[in-house]
Design a protein around this ligand. Structure first.
Ligand code: FE2
Length: 397
């Protein structure tokens, strides 16, 4: 007679090993309308819905997808829902950056044992085809990280192929915008990084938190001498997950002559830290930005003077490190108003949208990397000057 247990290997797998970015969940005032905004302007497919028509009576949720990006737009349907109070205080924005893990309950237990504060306890929703377990911990401000583990039909590999996201979701049918997006792709592939704005003096606290609670490590470091203009400054450190699946730069405001963009964010976010921007990776930054511009995405305007010295700065850096120059058409980069930066590993192309809602809080970045793994430090000055022009237009400088 044999006992099955005697031969089972002991598992030493790290419960906090991240398998994927499961999704980014937004709280929005009207998910039905927001879904069409993100679908029309950024090319997301409105793939699945959980709302009153599918039996979800407390919240409406829209799953939007593009490449390996999954956004869940969520709206509370009653005034007593805590999400309704958050919306009143902060407006639309990111609530949750959720990680796919092997076992959500084990990951949550480990994160709490590491000093993380629980946001909500493990919850499993299942039907006869599979299950989804979620559990959450609190990070800065109102943001949380959910751990998500999936089985059966709901496994992440199936979701990526268009399978159901959770038991309560239903696929959309016959939306012409989805067909249009298929014919006119925007080319966004995955979430490259997610930037948080925290209170002054709290950056190091949150750096330590990502190290202790989630086992992340510091990736790059900038100080306020790196990132400052005449008016404003910030400090930023970048935390990376163990497998570099995702990076979380953390910003805090630094002393400047006028109000920093981080301070402006905090003031319009009820003085609560939160997600400042999501950066989406593309393989063809020029094609993506051209398509997004055609659709009416409101990007920051980069002053013409920027292009007077960008090529000498970038080419000098690439030559110094024995790397090939920027292969994309320089004139076209300028026409599209794209920013360029280089380091010892290569170069990157990037561009930032203006705020995506009336409050100057969340925005998106479009980023293409040709070797460079940094975040466009050489662009910060030009970028901040452009940001400050916008801040001034809003009367917030
Ligand atoms: Fe960024």
């Amino acid at each position: 007679m044999t006992t099955a247990h005697a031969t089972e290997p002991k598992t030493t797998a790290d419960p906090l090993a991240l398998l994927d970015i499961d999704h980014v969940r937004f709280f929005v005032g009207n998910a039905k309308q927001a879904a069409f905004f993100y679908a029309y302007t950024f090319g997301f497919t409105i793939e699945q819905i959980a709302d009153l028509t599918t039996g979800s009576r407390d919240r409406a949720r829209y799953l939007l997808t593009q490449g390996n990006i999954r956004l869940v737009l969520e709206t509370p349907l009653s005034k007593n829902d805590p999400a309704a109070e958050e919306l009143r205080c902060h407006g639309d924005g990111v609530k949750d950056i959720a990680f796919t893990v092997a076992d959500a309950e084990a990951a949550w237990k480990q994160a709490v044992a590491n000093g993380g504060e629980s946001a909500y306890e493990p919850l499993t929703i299942s039907d006869d085809t599979g299950s989804v377990t979620t559990a959450g911990i609190k990070t800065y401000g109102r943001a949380v990280h959910s751990f998500v583990s999936r089985t059966g039909e709901y496994a992440i590999e199936n979701v990526k192929k268009g399978g159901k996201f959770e038991p309560s979701f239903e696929h959309t049918e016959g939306l012409s915008i989805n067909e249009y997006n298929k014919q006119n792709p925007c080319g966004l592939m995955f979430l490259d990084h997610c930037v948080g704005n925290v209170d002054e003096g709290k950056m190091n606290h949150w750096v330590q938190w990502y190290e202790d609670t989630l086992g992340f490590a510091m990736f790059k470091h900038f100080d306020d001498a790196d990132i400052s203009t005449e008016h404003s400054a910030l400090m930023s450190k970048v935390m990376a997950s163990g497998n570099n699946l995702i990076k979380f730069p953390i910003n805090e405001p630094a002393e400047g002559k006028k109000k920093s963009q981080i301070q402006e964010y905090l003031e319009w976010h009820d003085m609560c830290p939160g997600v400042q921007h999501l950066a989406f990776r593309t393989n063809d930054c020029l094609a993506s930005v051209a398509e997004l511009r055609r659709r009416g995405v409101d990007f920051l305007r980069i002053p013409d003077e920027y292009y007077e010295d960008v090529w000498s700065r970038v080419d000098r850096c690439l030559t110094e490190h024995g790397l090939e120059g920027v292969r994309e058409d320089h004139e076209r980069i300028k026409d599209l108003g794209i920013l360029v930066d280089a380091d010892d590993e290569g170069y990157l192309l990037q561009l930032f949208t203006k705020p995506l809602q009336d409050r100057p809080t969340l925005f998106f970045e479009i980023i293409g990397r040709r070797g460079s793994q940094s975040f466009g430090k050489g662009n910060f000055k030009a970028l901040f000057e452009s940001l400050e022009l916008e801040q001034d237009r809003r009367g917030n400088l």
